[in-house]
Design a protein around this ligand. Structure first.
Ligand SMILES: NC(=O)c1ccc[n+]([C@@H]2O[C@H](COP(=O)([O-])OP(=O)(O)OC[C@H]3O[C@@H](n4cnc5c(N)ncnc54)[C@H](OP(=O)(O)O)[C@@H]3O)[C@@H](O)[C@H]2O)c1
Length: 257
């Protein structure tokens, strides 16, 4: 490759084994990005990497538990060893309290470890290289739940991730490192499999992620219809106190015994 040619960007994508992460991997592979896919389920990850790139040179699967500090370092090292650098980090891996209420969960703080602590620690690992090169992108997958509170532990993690993203974006202004937040509403995935709501597929979020890689943005709410609910929650929280619990009950209908 001559210096005139633009090198494909190298993307680390967490939570790539299903849902939004899987759809994002497919979208970015089709656009020519080099991918490092991370999640815990090895078989799903390896099958996706093979399907996207049978040659094994453009897409790398690195089984990773993002809550494990050693595994996080190994992920970054694997990306550098294979591709020589990391241009983009997409913090997509996420969990919620699926069954029952968060206060009944024996380990509710795992939601904070996966959704908030891991993105912060991974960012800390890639930032020195990006700042030195004066180029790079961090994309965090937040949630409309980081705007409209409804599930204590999940909203705590996503409000935290939104605060982190937007503060980091300001801290890095002018550094060449861009920070974007993509905040989905309900979309079909393993996380929402029990929800009784009409939902678009995860591809809508994958396209939004591809969009911010081309043009970084402070925050993208997707699907756009959720912007109205976000506005309502900040302007008329009392109205939303009446609207949100019924939606929440449908989302978590399986909680009813
Ligand atoms: N679906 C929605 O309606 C919706 C709405 C707003 C925001 N989001 C956000 O979108 C992101 C993706 O969720 P999704 O809807 O696509 O759900 P999903 O299908 O359940 O995917 C979650 C992904 O996170 C990975 N993951 C979970 N714990 C992990 C860990 N400790 N280490 C590494 N990877 C881990 C899972 O892989 P393994 O199990 O293989 O580790 C999986 O690939 C999450 O951040 C979620 O909060 C989703």
């Amino acid at each position: 490759m001559t210096s005139q040619q633009v090198q494909p960007r190298v993307v680390i994508l967490t939570g790539a084994s299903s849902g939004i992460g899987r759809a994002t991997a497919q979208e970015l592979a089709a656009r020519g990005y080099r991918l490092v896919l991370a999640a815990r389920r090895e078989r799903e990850l390896a099958a996706l990497a093979r399907a996207l790139d049978p040659s094994g040179s453009r897409v790398l699967a690195v089984p990773t538990d993002v809550t494990d500090g050693t595994a996080r370092c190994a992920l970054i090292e694997a990306a550098r060893a294979h591709f020589g650098r990391v241009d983009v980090l997409i913090n997509n891996a996420g969990v919620t309290v699926e069954r029952g209420w968060w206060w009944d969960d024996p380990d509710p703080l795992r939601v904070l470890r996966v959704n908030l602590e891991a993105p912060i620690e991974l960012t800390r690992l890639v930032l020195p290289e990006m700042r030195a090169r004066q180029a790079g992108q961090i994309v965090n997958i937040g949630s409309v739940a980081g705007r409209i509170p409804f599930n204590g532990m999940y909203s705590a993690s996503k409000f935290g991730l939104r605060g982190f993203s937007q503060a980091l974006r300001r801290e890095l202004l002018g550094s060449g490192v861009e920070v974007s937040l993509v905040s989905p509403g309900f979309v079909r995935s393993e996380m929402t499999r029990a929800a009784r709501l009409p939902m678009p597929g995860p591809e809508v979020v994958a396209r939004a992620v591809a969009g911010v890689l081309e043009r970084p943005q402070r925050e993208v709410i997707v699907p756009p219809a959720y912007r109205l609910l976000v506005f309502l929650d900040s302007a008329l929280p009392g109205v939303m106190d009446r609207l949100v619990p019924p939606i929440f009950r449908r989302r978590y209908a399986h909680r009813r015994k």
